[in-house]
Design a protein around this ligand. Structure first.
Ligand SMILES: [Zn+2]
Length: 306
């Protein structure tokens, strides 16, 4: 049996996760899709201690809480509150603040809401390491320098060089990867390409000298200079669209991010981008119920519904 699916609409969400028992059953099914397995000895039989919701292994006597290994482990808050928080954090497009979370879920104290948000966002920074396949566009760009209070010529602040790579899916885009780069030298850009894109992929670049050896590394490199692109056509349109969305998001929601925190925000943007068709898919990951692989695609859902 595969791990359970996730609701596709807010109504479905509300109906499915209306009680503590329903939430607990969902956590159980996500964690043990084939039925209970003792984390201590691997036995498949356990008694249920219903008051504290513990499973007690009949083989070795180990007590396991169903939430162990998830972000909800040891929590005093209702699981329903966690489920709703994960829903809000994963579906609220620009990102949600601790204050909004506190207000929307009626959480008594700000520190609790803040800690909760912090834990949920922790799952977004788990790097998605599956290599992009098929056909990709790669580019590098500067990000940051939004610090306020700098005047005149110093208005740029500190900028960081970043790399972006995105899958080509017909006229649209597939999965995205972002990374802060040390420089734009060949070794750096080659390492970025290897860390993000599967060998054999068709790689479109702007023909920067540093990409010169990609063919030797086993990629089908298709460099194109800006000057050779007709006026009605855009060079690397998908990766440029992602970069400009990222810049708008950073500028609107996360002004004044210092360079050392930048990777966290890049990961969050990638998390949201890669789930933009199915934001609900993110809630499993945020609760620690999902596996660390890439999200279910819109296509998967269409196939599932069929
Ligand atoms: Zn056991």
């Amino acid at each position: 049996m595969p791990r359970p699916d996730f609701p596709l609409t807010i109504l479905e969400f509300q109906q499915r996760f209306g009680t503590e028992d329903a939430c607990r059953a969902y956590v159980f099914a996500s964690r043990w899709p084939e039925g209970f397995v003792c984390p201590g000895c691997g036995a498949r039989h356990a008694g249920n201690e219903t008051r504290r919701h513990l499973w007690i292994c009949t083989g070795c006597g180990l007590q396991t809480s169903v939430t162990a290994g998830t972000v909800m482990h040891g929590t005093r808050l209702p699981l329903r509150t966690w489920f709703w928080a994960a829903y809000l954090v994963s579906t609220f497009h620009p990102g949600i603040s601790a204050k909004q979370l506190q207000r929307q879920l009626g959480i008594g104290c700000h520190e609790t809401a803040w800690a909760m948000l912090h834990k949920l966002r922790g799952a977004m920074v788990a790097p998605e390491r599956e290599l992009l396949k098929g056909e990709v566009e790669i580019d590098e760009f500067f990000l940051g320098g939004y610090e306020e209070g700098l005047k005149g010529g110093r208005q740029r602040g500190k900028k960081a060089l970043c790399g972006a790579v995105i899958e080509v899916r017909g006229r649209g885009s597939g999965r995205l990867r972002l990374q802060v780069l040390a420089n734009s030298r060949a070794t750096t850009l080659e390492a970025f390409t290897k860390a993000t894109s599967a060998p054999g992929a068709i790689v479109h670049t702007d023909g920067l000298f540093s990409y010169g050896a990609l063919t030797k590394l086993g990629y089908d490199h298709r460099p194109r200079k800006v000057a050779s692109v007709p006026d009605d056509e855009q060079l690397l349109p998908r990766v440029h669209r992602a970069i400009s969305n990222l810049k708008a998001w950073m500028h609107g929601t996360h002004r004044g991010v210092s360079p050392e925190h930048l990777p966290v925000y890049l990961d969050e943007f990638v998390f949201r981008h890669n789930r933009r068709g199915t934001p609900m898919a993110g809630f499993q990951t945020l609760l620690g119920l999902g596996l660390a692989h890439d999200p279910i695609t819109y296509r998967d859902i269409i196939d599932r519904a069929a």
